[in-house]
Design a protein around this ligand. Structure first.
Ligand code: GCB
Length: 619
């Protein structure tokens, strides 16, 4: 864990800077004494009081990377973040000005905010002014829900941190950079796809760039709770266990956990690693489940710091070919969901987006969603907790990556750590997915096994999965990818009736699955343009898509270890891989609902099966 204390000279520089106008001299001083540090994970950041920095930010597209390169290669002389406002007497003309530059809304991708940016891939510079009154003896974090894909941040010209990965939160310590009074923050966000990125060069979704999730300042005491993990212990009883970590505290610091509604209170002390182990029994606990998504207020305290959480308690485990929720077998009636905003398109970020998407899933009879193909935001996970929808959460290891490149593994590990450490207190999440549809070779298997081992070490309370490809021998589908060994639940993607064969081919398909483990068919489906009608033999009609579902469901029902499914996909979503004019128009049309909310016939086929319990073993 990285210590947050900045070197003394940085603290002095920051004090000098507090309240001072941003002059070139001070900025240069700040640049040499900058307190740049790696971002940290803050569990439950959204539960803390915050100063919002959402709203309109000045924005400058930088397709030639001039702003970044001038920072990195020209001795910090002319970086766009340093003199963003022209001043009389400047020795050179300032050819940009954030104050008069076009605005972009934060949160939000840039692609859907300005027509000229729909296909833009490259760096975008963002700037926003804010006033602030820092309190003494605090840490101030710049909290960025997500910035796709790489990002760099400066406060008052002082670099505070950088980050890679487009779907996990960033918390930069800006304590040394923020002054009392007027301040400004500059962010450079670059969505250039990278060969050694995670994900890599090709995905089947739009590469939405920008500050796609909420941005705020979070102030915490000097010593504070950064991460915690509280969960119900597996078994019959009602024992809550876990830990609370205190950053920058002394060993032996007192930590308290209280659940007022259960009259439960527990104290513990931190060890030399800053962690306090917690273990206590509660009486009268109502377990969280899709039928009873009970959430409790949980108060965490350490010294001056406190966090008020809202948490559900449940257990999940795999036994033989069963998935047990609270000790009882469950069938996952699901659907896959992209973080695509309903009605307006673009990257989803709001409560309303989450409630619309999960509301549709609920309406269809789902108790589960596969949140594809990357970690979704806190609003989605909070909504899933509240609405009682079980979640498969996924690391963006997608299709072919540089599996033999240790740099790529390090990036995947970092994103996995951030995902688990941020989201581990959501009762809704039951599955951590390591990857989607990866090629079966030794380097890939080792790469993902490494991730699975890491995920288990971080969180032994959930199940590990991945969506595997299937191979075929005649009419038989074979699931024997060696990666299955490393999984608790085997995810299987197949597209019978769409990419292969006819919908009726499903009737004669047999399945051979090498693993006596629960199987979730994590994808199947086909495309249809909402409102396009015709015969069930005509591709792209709603009838064709519905027919795929009518033949898939009885076939899937014959797989003995089938414990769930999440057909592809709840709603149509933008993808540059889908250019067919008049039909796709750069949308993947496998949605059961269009991006404008029109339900297609297949929605009702699946709804009927889910509601009447004709699919899977009843739970
Ligand atoms: C898949 C991928 C998913 C695609 C889908 C499709 O197998 O996992 O990301 O969007 O197929 O529509 O082809």
């Amino acid at each position: 864990m990285k210590l947050l204390s900045a070197p003394l000279h940085a603290r002095v520089a920051a004090q000098l800077l507090r309240g001072a106008a941003a002059s070139a001299l001070l900025l240069a001083l700040a640049a040499t004494a900058r307190a740049e540090s790696a971002p940290i994970v803050l569990t439950g950041a959204d539960r803390r009081p915050a100063t919002s920095l959402n709203g309109e930010w000045g924005s400058i597209a930088d397709p030639y990377f001039s702003g970044l390169f001038s920072f990195h290669h020209v001795e910090k002389k002319n970086g766009w973040f340093l003199n963003y406002k022209a001043k009389p007497g400047d020795p050179f003309p300032t050819e940009y000005n954030f104050a008069t530059a076009p605005k972009l809304k934060v949160p939000g991708d840039w692609n859907t905010q300005r027509e000229s940016l729909l296909y833009y891939e490259g760096p975008m510079w963002y700037e926003r002014d804010f006033t602030y009154e820092p309190k003494a003896h605090t840490h101030i974090f710049l909290h960025v829900g997500a910035a796709n894909y790489r990002s760099w941040f400066w406060v008052n010209g002082q670099k505070v941190c950088e980050h890679e990965g487009g779907f996990t939160a960033i918390n930069c310590d800006v304590t040394q950079a923020v002054h009392a009074g007027a301040n400004f923050v500059v962010a450079a966000v670059d969505n250039t796809r990278l060969e050694d990125g995670v994900p890599g060069l090709e995905t089947d979704w739009w590469n939405y760039g920008g500050l796609t999730r909420e941005v705020s300042l979070i102030e915490v005491p000097e010593s504070f709770i950064d991460q915690y993990d509280l969960h119900l212990k597996r078994g019959e009883g009602s024992e809550i266990e876990g830990w609370v970590h205190v950053m920058d505290g002394q060993p032996g610091a007192k930590v308290e956990v209280e659940i007022p509604e259960l009259g439960a209170q527990q104290s513990a002390e931190t060890g030399s690693d800053g962690r306090a182990a917690v273990h206590f029994s509660v009486k009268g606990l109502e377990r969280w489940s899709p039928e009873t998504p009970k959430l409790y207020k949980v108060m965490l305290r350490a010294g001056q710091d406190s966090v008020d959480e809202l948490m559900g308690f449940r257990t999940v485990e795999a036994r033989g070919t069963e998935i047990l929720l609270n000790g009882k077998p469950i069938f996952l009636r699901g659907v896959a969901v992209h973080a695509e905003a309903p009605y307006r398109t673009g990257r989803a970020y709001s409560d309303k987006d989450a409630e619309t998407l999960l509301g549709w899933a609920r309406e269809m009879g789902c108790n589960y969603v596969r949140l594809a193909h990357y970690p979704h935001d806190e609003t989605m996970l909070r909504a899933a907790d509240r609405m009682g929808v079980l979640v498969w959460s996924e690391n963006p290891v997608y299709w072919a990556l540089g599996f033999d490149n240790p740099k790529v593994l390090a990036k995947a590990e970092q994103q996995l750590d951030e995902e688990i450490n941020t989201s581990r207190n959501h009762a809704a999440i039951i599955l951590w997915s390591m990857a989607n549809e990866t090629p079966n070779n030794a380097a890939r298997t080792q790469f993902i096994e490494t991730l699975a081992t890491r995920a288990r070490a971080l969180d032994a309370t959930r199940l590990i999965t991945a969506a595997l490809l299937v191979r075929a021998e005649g009419h038989t589908k074979i699931v024997d990818d060696p990666l299955g060994e490393a999984l608790d639940v085997v995810g299987v993607n197949e597209y019978i009736g769409w990419y292969e064969g006819r919908p009726e081919s499903a009737d004669t398909t047999e399945w051979k699955i090498a693993y006596e483990k629960p199987v979730v068919v994590s994808e199947f489906g086909g495309g249809a343009k909402a409102g396009l009608h015709g015969s069930e033999n005509e591709r792209w009609t709603e009838e064709f898509q519905a027919n795929i579902y009518r033949h898939q469901l009885p076939m899937l029902n014959k797989i003995p270890q089938l414990r769930g499914m999440s057909p592809w996909v709840l709603m149509d979503f933008r993808s540059p891989n889908r250019p067919l004019a008049g039909i796709q128009d750069e949308y993947n049309r496998k949605g059961l609902i269009s991006e404008q909310g029109q339900k297609k016939q297949a929605f009702y086929v699946l709804q009927k099966a889910y509601k009447e319990g004709t699919i899977g073993k009843a739970d």
